[in-house]
Write a protein that binds this ligand. Structure first.
Ligand SMILES: [Fe+2]
Length: 187
């Protein structure tokens, strides 16, 4: 059986810090996702953001239960990376883009968020394994799986929304007038 004594000194503290970092990141995302959903022109993209909001609230709760089982405070450490990634999404919202372009920008910003979280949870699982915190691993893996699924869904949406825009000519012609019917259908 792997014991904590086999892990390098300080890895516990690093693991706790990483948990507090992603806890803050998840909470920042809970605030940002409704704004991204509201800014999305595609109903499918808006729904994907709202579905991920529900998942993200669960990610926060899973981290809280890990803090509880480890006997450490349920507190976040400011995550500047998530702040910056959300800021990039906010810039997409504020740009005077046509709808399909703004949606493409929002998808890109959201995928950067997912990739950060995928990296963070992968690292947490590796450290939990090394430290022998086996009870944390299942919860962290569930969240990692949901982040991965969200990333895949966003890739599919980027493709289908891109095709919808191309079918409608909104991608090909710079001066195409806004056609509000273009984003309602998947194809
Ligand atoms: Fe998450």
């Amino acid at each position: 059986m792997k014991t904590k004594a086999e892990a390098p000194t300080g890895l516990d503290e690093l693991y706790f810090h990483e948990l507090q970092d992603i806890y803050d990141a998840e909470k920042q995302l809970v605030n940002a996702l409704p704004k991204m959903a509201q800014a999305a022109a595609s109903p499918k993209l808006a729904a994907a953001f709202m579905d991920h909001l529900v998942q993200t609230q669960t990610h926060v709760e899973r981290l809280e239960s890990i803090f509880e089982s480890l006997g450490i405070a349920k507190k976040g450490t400011y995550c500047p990376t998530m702040d910056g990634l959300i800021e990039e999404g906010q810039e997409m919202i504020e740009q005077d883009f046509e709808d399909a372009t703004r949606d493409a920008g929002l998808i890109g910003a959201a995928q950067k968020v997912e990739h950060y979280e995928i990296a963070a949870y992968g690292t947490l699982i590796a450290h939990a394994l090394r430290l022998g915190y086996t009870e944390d691993i299942g919860l962290l893996q569930q969240t990692l799986d949901e982040e991965t699924q969200t990333d895949l869904l966003l890739s599919q949406l980027a493709e289908s929304e891109g095709n919808a825009a191309a079918d409608d000519g909104t991608v090909e012609h710079d001066e195409a007038e806004a056609d509000d019917g273009a984003d309602a259908d998947g194809h």
